[in-house]
Design a protein around this ligand. Structure first.
Ligand code: ATP
Ligand code: MG
Length: 519
């Protein structure tokens, strides 16, 4: 068979339409993706990217439009039909089965079964090992249950699973959003390899630099319509792409902090240990300070943030405004004014079947009840509205179940709730994950505004660039210890990555954690 010529149109989506009740998720979604190219899909939260991908994966049916693969029209009436066409998708929200092991998830549709229909575990683990080695993927223990994996590890596993199936069409819906730089690079490398082998690759990401680095062409969706299709070359700038996404130019992404003055110590952490991975760590946070935290996956950051937010028992001393602080639950932490926007929004933070309004106001409901425990509905509505306005959530959607919001808007819902609680310490656990640039700018502004009012902020992000721009000081965690802490100006992406990988540099002016307490 002659090799497939590059640039031949492989996958063509024509005028896709999809309505959910009164919501027009796709009005005219059109994409032409050639074989051999990585095709980026951009758009703000709620633009219709995931809807388009779910149509293409046979998960939901379309109301109109055509899908043509190599000249043949596809019906895509079910996920099985999409799989038969060689379409493999990494969905935005995990679709792994938590109760099964890592290896069982990867080989779910082709498990080696022996006598008496028993699973041949040794054979399964051999299959898994050879796949992971062939892909050069970071090793995850095949016998661990997926429920025990971090969001980042789950994402990595889903990518390995999808590319391990040698897809004809590979679709990644924000598959790198929780990944550290090193893991994301592995994904990009694999994506390029799959495209070079002649497959069609659709790549959705809110990390613009990543899209610019990997994609040959892009399609931008806005309000369910394709508004731009372009080759990614020098003639198109990041600002052009942002303008197409938002329908306006973005004045500035990162806020400027004027004359930052930090008052007294708000939080002091001494010899903190938690779980099997963390500690001892010592650091302190001043009122009005934004303290960045950077780490590669699994270095104890989860344990640290969960200890602070009352979700994990710890040893060692923490003082908050000079008084001992040892919360036994998130509710108790919140009583002390410590709020966290957690990492896994779907399982940890949202009541998916409840309304957006309930999800925003649930932590302050006791305050909103009148005598006899009756909820003051008008006040609840007003409070929800003010919360929604602060984060730019569409107020029309307050009555809808939160599960029907796009991923980024779900994140804003959690944000709105935390802000209602009048935080003294605000902890962000990779909170801009899956959030569009316009909303990112809003979140940075919110965080800066909180800090300007004296709130202490702990800002953990897998995105080094934003950490460098938003934080006053940054500490790096490696194998459970703080290996460097210094003002943000002293760091750059390279030094952050080096410290995070456990290779600190001599003579950088960055000192190990404990000695730099007074910085
Ligand atoms: N099951 C559903 N019921 C009602 N509305 C829905 C449903 N699924 C999606 N929508 C709506 O369709 C629109 C498009 O959502 P979609 O998830 O495709 O956006 P997206 O571009 O992927 O956004 P994000 O960047 O936040 O992931 C949004 O307004 C969303 O609220
Ligand atoms: Mg989406």
């Amino acid at each position: 068979m002659p090799p497939t010529p590059r640039c031949e149109v492989g996958l063509s989506l024509r005028h896709l339409e999809k309505n959910f009740g009164g919501v027009r998720a796709l009005a005219d979604g059109s994409i032409k993706a050639r074989r051999g190219e990585v095709h980026g899909i951009l758009g703000e939260n709620g633009a219709g990217k995931s809807t388009l991908i779910r149509v293409l994966s046979g998960v939901i049916s379309r109301d109109g439009g055509e899908v043509i693969l190599d000249g043949a029209s596809l019906r895509l009436g079910s996920p099985a039909e999409a799989l038969r066409a060689g379409i493999r998708t990494v969905f935005q929200e995990s679709s792994l089965i938590p109760a099964l092991t890592v290896a069982e998830n990867v080989f779910f549709d082709r498990l080696p079964i022996g006598w008496h229909r028993r699973l041949r575990i040794r054979a399964l683990h051999r299959l898994y090992a050879s796949l992971m080695v062939a892909l050069g993927a970071r090793w995850l223990d095949p016998s661990v249950k997926v429920a025990a994996l971090s969001v980042a590890d789950r994402q990595l596993l889903e990518v390995a699973k999808a590319i391990g199936a040698s897809p004809n069409v590979l679709i990644l819906d924000e598959a790198t959003s929780a990944l550290s730089l090193a893991d994301a690079e592995w994904v990009l490398h694999q994506v390029r390899r799959i495209a070079d082998a002649g497959s069609v690759v659709l790549f959705v990401s809110h990390r613009l630099q990543e899209v610019k680095a990997i994609a040959d062409r892009v399609t931008v969706l806005r309000s369910g319509r394709t508004v731009l299709e372009a080759k990614l070359d020098e003639t198109i700038s990041e600002d052009d792409l942002i303008e197409a996404m938002l329908g306006r130019r973005l004045a500035r992404l990162y806020p400027k902090r004027q004359g930052v003055t930090h008052s007294g110590t708000l939080l002091r952490v001494d010899g903190l240990r938690a779980g099997t991975k963390l500690g001892p760590v010592d650091f302190m946070l001043k009122a009005g300070e934004i303290l960045g935290l950077t780490a590669l996956p699994g270095q104890g950051q989860r344990e640290l943030l969960m200890s602070l937010s009352g979700d994990l028992r710890f040893n060692g001393g923490i003082t908050l405004a000079g008084r001992r602080y040892a919360p036994r639950s998130p509710a108790e932490a919140q009583k002390h004014g410590v709020f966290m926007v957690p990492e896994d929004r779907q399982s940890e933070a949202l009541f998916l079947r409840h309304s957006v309004q309930f999800n925003v106001t649930c932590s302050v409901l006791p305050v909103l009840t009148r005598g006899l425990g009756i909820l003051d509905l008008r006040r609840e509505r007003a409070v929800a509205l003010s919360g929604a306005n602060r984060v730019g959530l569409d107020s029309q959607r307050l009555v809808n179940p939160v599960a029907t919001l796009s991923g980024g808007n779900q994140q804003k819902t959690i944000f709105a709730r935390a802000l209602l609680g009048q935080p003294r310490i605000f902890i962000l656990f990779d909170s801009t994950r899956g959030v569009d640039v316009g909303t990112k700018a809003d979140i940075y502004r919110l965080v800066t505004h909180l800090a300007d009012k004296g709130v202490g902020v702990i800002f953990y992000s897998t995105d080094f660039t934003e950490t460098l721009h938003v934080c006053d000081r940054i500490m790096v965690l490696h194998e459970g210890h703080i290996v460097g802490i210094a003002p943000a100006e002293a760091w750059n992406e390279e030094t952050l990555l080096r410290y995070a990988s456990g290779q600190p540099l001599a003579r950088t002016g960055i000192r190990p954690g404990a000695q730099n307490m007074a910085n």
